[in-house]
Design a protein around this ligand. Structure first.
Ligand SMILES: Cc1cc2nc3c(=O)[nH]c(=O)nc-3n(C[C@H](O)[C@H](O)[C@H](O)COP(=O)(O)O)c2cc1C
Length: 203
């Protein structure tokens, strides 16, 4: 087993806090990174990924916290119209589909297996190590399509963390929402709004 895969498996937990197959993430690192102006200079979309490298657990934890983690008791790294906080982030990796639980800093397993073929029609999405799926709770969502605006802030956080950490990413409006809803076991009051692929850039 590769060292990274071994390390990752150490985070798979059977503790009482998490279900048997949930993955505890390392504590996110909230210090450091590139200065903001340098990060903005390097922000870009990437569509060619190293398909042999999984996202390291620390990078994954940092990335998800930067995207939509809590930076105050009940508020988050991205703004939210009327503070509805209607967005949830799901992740699809080669191992399974998971819901990011920002409060407990863990990935809650939805389904085991490689569902990357369902993550998007563009070939790179099907082989990249990570796809993040933006899902809105329609019962919480504010009116006037503000939920799409909320999505944009989270997406930009992913772009900025990726630029700072040497990861590549591209936000994608091209996805099959019905297919993703099946994989993620969404209810009819949950809607996929956006997707974003992340990985280490191809050399
Ligand atoms: C809402 C939105 C949807 C997008 N959808 C896709 C997509 O489905 N596939 C893709 O390859 N790029 C997609 N992009 C990325 C844009 O093509 C990209 O941001 C644009 O070409 C500018 O390049 P840059 O991000 O490197 O500045 C999308 C961007 C946005 C903002």
């Amino acid at each position: 087993m590769k060292i990274k895969a071994l390390l990752f498996s150490l985070f798979v937990t059977g503790s009482s806090l998490a279900g048997a197959q949930d993955i505890n993430l390392p504590t996110p690192q909230k210090q450091g990174g590139d200065p903001i102006m340098q990060t903005l200079s390097e922000r870009k979309s990437t569509r060619e990924f190293d398909t042999t490298k999984e996202i390291a657990p620390q990078d994954l934890s940092n990335l998800l916290w930067a995207a939509w983690g809590y930076n105050r008791e009940d508020k988050r790294t991205a703004p939210s119209a009327m503070n509805r906080q209607e967005m949830s982030l799901y992740v699809i990796t080669a191992q399974g589909a998971y819901l990011y639980d920002a409060k407990q800093n863990l990935l809650k397993e939805i389904a085991k297996g490689d569902f990357r073929k369902s993550a998007g029609m563009q070939p790179f999405a099907q082989t990249a190590p990570l796809n993040i799926i933006f899902v809105a709770d329609l019962d919480k969502a504010p009116g006037n399509d503000m939920m799409f605006v909320d999505c944009g802030f989270i997406s930009q956080n992913i772009y900025l963390y990726s630029a700072s950490a040497g990861l590549g990413t591209v936000v994608r409006g091209s996805f099959d929402g019905e297919e993703l809803a099946k994989v993620l076991k969404l209810t009819d009051r949950q809607k996929v709004l956006l997707t974003q692929t992340v990985g280490y850039p191809a050399q």
